[in-house]
Structures are given as C-alpha cells and as structure tokens.
Design a protein around this ligand. Structure first.
Ligand code: FES
Length: 407
C-alpha cells in the first residue's frame, strides 16, 4: 500500500486520448474553475481517464491530463500516486478490494484473503482469465457489516467463507449477484432484529430542538422555586418570625406531582375508576430529568410550546384499566406528543388503548393534563382526543415520514 509505482513499460500504452464524449465532459468540468485554477479539475479528469482505461491509469493518461490542465507531469503524478483510488497497473474486470482492518479482521477477513489467494491468485495480479484481481485495503467504512469487500463500485458485506466463494463463482459465471449484505439485513441494522431508532419522531424532524423545551421547563421550575422561597422569607420576616438562614424554614421547590393550585376541584375518583396504587404512585413519581428529550419532543404543531396555564375548570377522573385488554396495548406513540416515557406514564395511569382516550370528556382531559408531570397541558394542546379518535377508527401512518393523526 505504501509504495505505489507506475506499471512496467511493457504494459504501458504508447498514448492516451479521451473519447469525444469524455473530452467534452472534461471541457465542461475545467470551465467550472476560474482562470488560472484549472488544476482543480485534476482529480475528476484522472478518475474519468481511469474509467475509460479499464480502471487503471497509464502514464500516458497522467501526461495527457497534465497537459490539458497546464500542470507539470510531476504534479499530476504526485496526485495519482498518493490517492489509492487510482490504480497504477492493470486490474481484473472485477477488482476486489478486501478490507483488512481490525473490525473486519476480527470477523473473518483472514479467511476472505485466503479465498482471494486460492481463487484469484497473488495480490495485485490479474487472474489468467482476466476476470479478477485483488488488493488488501484499509477500512472502507462498513465495519458494522464486517467482513466486507468492495468489488468495482459496490460493497459486499457480512461475508462468510461460503457466501464469498459463491459470490466469486457467480460473478465468474455471469450470474446476477446481490450487492450489500449477503445475509439479508437492511443496511447496518442489528443482525438479529431492529431494536433501536424505532421512534418515528427521529425521522420526521419533530425531535429537533427538544433539548430547548426541557431546558426552558427546568429554568421555569427553578425560577418558580426561587420566587416562592423569597415570598415565604418575606412573610416570615414581616410576621416577626426569627430571621435567619432558610434552613430554619426550609423551602422546597413545589413538587411536580402536586395538582394545580386552588382552582382545581378535587376530582371524584371512584375506586373502580381512579388509577390504582402503585400505578398512580408511579405516575406521581414520574419527574422528567433536566435534559431528558424522550417525551419533551416538540412536534410540528408545538414547536414553540408555551408553559401550561391551568384554566381552573372542573375535572373528572376518566375510566382506567388495570392492564391492557388481552395483554396487548395499542401503540400510543402514534399520537403526537407521546414518546416512550409518556406512553409508560399513560400505562401507569391506566390508559392503554386509543378508544379509552377518544372517550375522554373535557373534564377527563383536564384531569389527565394536570397529572402529566413535566408535560402538563400536552394532552389538550396536541388534541389527543381527536388523534385517538382517528387512530381508534383504524387510521395509521403509511410510513416513518408520513402524516400523523394530528395532521
Ligand atoms: S474495518 Fe472493515 S470496513 Fe471498517
């Protein structure tokens, strides 16, 4: 890899000229650069010359490109010998570049190299039938699917001794071959089953800026706690209470699970329908951490979310379930504003199905909103009832980038 020389004179052609089509293309490329900067076109021209000349660069092509760009030959040679994408000697019709870097090596690249030696021949030599040549190279950036090879312009990944031998045999026989993973996985997803990156909000752009909302909420909580502490300290001083450090009258930030003040009518919570302990306790204990992005995702409809303002209206506890019907909950994350954490919170409150949410009354909605610790007001703001009605009626998004029920 380190020493890169031009091919011996015996295989060098006497001259090189671009085809008429490539010459016209080269002219266009050169014209894109300002006067005096034509040398900037050297790499695309060398690449096109290589493509035209069976994927290797003869000395004559290097000289031709140099004269087209007004560059000394040595300057073009420096580039052609530096970048390993330029082949300086003939290669097979199928040029196999085998990744021999650590991840691929740990996953069996040694065997792939052995097969190249036995099926094709020595490295950097074209097989007798002209079909193949091979070269060991450094990481080609497909380590997740190691071991892998590049053959001409395509990657072949998840290789085993068996499937690599089959691949070479199919190519030699002119049979169609499969590009990419040879074991059927899509791109570089986990080899077993997809277990990550399943939140649709990762793909529709709505997760962008979620940190900002979490940050704003944290600041609001801190400011409210500070204000309350100052007010109580002033009250204590006015009432003749002993002045001194706040340690005498410890001030705590208002608990996040405390229902909204004064205006809230205590909900009627019949035992049969109110969220049951410990589920309700779990819900109450749910306090998102600063910086959590999970359910703090601003959706398209709420990119400039405002703090929750309680309208003080009456509330009523909705009907809840102890568990999902038939052990299978609906995918509540299909509702805008519901991510994995919010879904867990809803489950802990006794909500598992779209039809439960779609049946909420205005009072129920208020009851829920007041208990979405850290996310209060989200249910009304994102019209969960309307969304749930649509989903309960069978509507589903058609893909990761498709509409949501709120659209
Ligand atoms: S190590 Fe082989 S592709 Fe990265």
């Amino acid at each position: 890899m380190s020493v890169r020389r031009l091919a011996p004179d015996a295989v060098q052609p006497k001259s090189f000229a671009f085809s008429a089509e490539n010459a016209a293309w080269a002219k266009t490329i050169i014209s894109k650069f300002p006067e005096g900067r034509q040398a900037s076109a050297v790499i695309p021209l060398l690449w096109r010359a290589q493509e035209q000349h069976d994927y290797w660069l003869p000395k004559a092509a290097i000289e031709t490109v140099g004269s087209m760009l007004g560059m000394p030959t040595i300057r073009v040679l420096e580039i052609a010998t530096f970048y390993t994408m330029f082949n300086l000697a003939p290669v097979g019709k199928r040029f196999v570049q085998v990744c021999g870097t650590t991840p691929c090596r740990l996953r069996g690249a040694e065997k792939i190299l052995e097969i190249c030696r036995s099926e094709i021949g020595e490295e950097k030599h074209v097989s007798a039938d002209g079909q193949f040549s091979w070269l060991e190279v450094e990481c080609l950036g497909a380590c997740c699917n190691a071991p892998m090879v590049q053959i001409n312009n395509d990657y072949y990944e998840d290789l085993t001794e068996e499937n690599f031998r089959t691949l070479l045999a199919d190519m030699r026989a002119g049979r169609p071959v499969k590009i990419g993973s040879q074991i059927g996985r899509t791109t570089s997803e986990p080899a077993t089953a997809q277990s990550t990156l399943q939140d649709n909000t990762l793909y529709d752009g709505s997760a962008v800026g979620s940190w900002r909302q979490a940050f704003d909420e944290r600041i609001q909580r801190a400011e409210a706690a500070k204000k309350q502490a100052a007010e109580e300290a002033a009250k204590a001083a006015a009432g003749g209470a002993p002045s001194g450090p706040l340690a005498d009258t410890p001030q705590q930030p208002k608990p996040q699970n405390t229902p909204q003040p004064n205006t809230v009518t205590k909900p009627a919570m019949p035992e049969s329908t109110a969220p049951q302990s410990p589920a309700s306790n779990q819900a109450a204990a749910h306090t998102p951490q600063a910086g959590a992005t999970d359910d703090a995702v601003p959706r398209k409809s709420q990119s400039k979310a405002e703090p929750f303002v309680d309208d003080g209206g009456p509330e009523a506890a909705p009907a809840t379930l102890q568990a999902a019907r038939e052990g299978k909950a609906d995918d509540l994350q299909l509702i805008w504003g519901v991510g994995p954490k919010m879904e867990a919170l809803l489950h802990s409150m006794g909500f598992y199905h779209f039809d439960q949410i779609s049946a909420w009354s205005d009072e129920n909605l208020r009851w829920v909103d007041r208990r979405l610790d850290g996310f209060k007001g989200r249910a009304r703001r994102d019209d969960w009832i309307g969304q749930a009605k649509k989903l309960a009626g069978g509507w589903r998004p058609t893909g990761k980038l498709s509409d949501r029920p709120g659209q």
